[in-house]
Design a protein around this ligand. Structure first.
Ligand code: ZN
Ligand code: ZN
Length: 305
């Protein structure tokens, strides 16, 4: 199990490093696109990709930190580092959106001169294709590995692809109609969309940072395991779960006959802890033992054995 986790983490670490290389390549392509065209929207798009490089590095650091084993300073592990990184990514998206808005405003007020726009479009489209492929990979890998930082990074890259598409559409329209103000206008619209995505990512990570419970499906599975392995005990109640990255902390009260010896109760606890930890990936279980007068059979979610 421990080796499996290490393998998984080194695989994720490799993904994060490729992530940074891809982001750097995209920045170069987009900067060339801006240089050859002089388009404000293409410049904004390149700036947004600089933010991608910064967030990719944040994801790499988060994965390193969250993989560190528990120590005396952080006895529950460092799993939440990934949520912090996801929030940082959300903030960086907001910064990128503001930068695009400032550029768009400048373009609207002072006007835009387009030099070789079709060459700029070609470079930008190439960068967008690289981003789209990589974003898809990040989200699918991050989801299967429950890495909030990788998923956030993948979602961020998708917003980047939307930016590129918006910018290209704007440029084509500007050229077609001769109305060059469309170029910064489209960039402004895309910036607002990016702002919305950043807000959603930040809100989601915040909820998880505040000890979000496991999904109802996982809580049902926990109750099922207690039901089949709780022989000898009378009831389990006050079942509480909280997620921290890939770790899931589970605790509950176990009611046993008051006359039961500590030794017997401990055997039941060990059996329950082991069977839950085997069934629920990444879980750590703590059980509080109580005599029968503490039973709460009417509590919703109580498991009567
Ligand atoms: Zn209790
Ligand atoms: Zn023990």
């Amino acid at each position: 199990m421990a080796t499996e986790l290490r393998d998984f983490q080194s695989k994720i670490g490799t993904i994060a490093r490729i992530n940074i290389a891809v982001a750097l390549a995209v920045v170069v392509l987009k900067y060339i696109a801006y240089q050859v065209s002089g388009s404000v929207a293409l410049f904004s798009d390149a700036l947004e990709s600089v933010v991608n490089v910064v967030t990719a590095i944040a994801a790499l650091v988060a994965i390193r930190v969250s993989a560190k084993p528990a120590d005396s300073d952080h006895p529950f592990g460092h799993h939440k580092a990934e949520f912090l990184a996801a929030m940082f990514v959300g903030a960086m998206i907001a910064v990128a959106a503001v930068l695009i808005l400032i550029k768009a405003y400048g373009g609207l007020v002072y006007g835009v001169t387009l030099e070789h726009p079709s060459l700029g479009i070609a470079f930008n489209a190439g960068a967008a294709a690289v981003n789209a492929g990589w974003a898809w990979l990040l989200v699918s890998r991050g989801t299967s590995g429950r890495s909030a930082a990788l998923v956030a990074d993948g979602h961020h890259l998708f917003t980047d692809v939307i930016t590129s598409v918006g910018v290209i559409v704007g440029l084509v329209l500007a050229l077609w109609t001769g109305w060059h103000f469309i170029d910064p206008l489209i960039a402004a619209v895309v910036a607002l969309n990016i702002l919305w995505m950043g807000y959603k990512i930040a809100i989601q990570s915040m909820s998880r940072l505040l000890d979000q419970a496991a999904s109802p499906d996982i809580e049902r599975r926990i109750r099922g395991v207690i039901e089949t392995n709780g022989i000898g005990a009378l009831e389990a109640h006050d079942i509480r779960t909280r997620q921290a990255g890939r770790a899931l902390f589970i605790e509950f009260h176990l009611v046993v006959p008051g006359s039961m010896t500590v030794e017997e109760a401990h055997v039941i606890c060990d059996r329950l802890e082991n069977s839950i930890e085997r069934t629920i990936d990444g879980s750590e279980v703590v059980i509080h033992v109580e005599p029968e007068y503490k039973a709460k059979p009417d509590e919703s979610g109580a498991v009567v054995l």
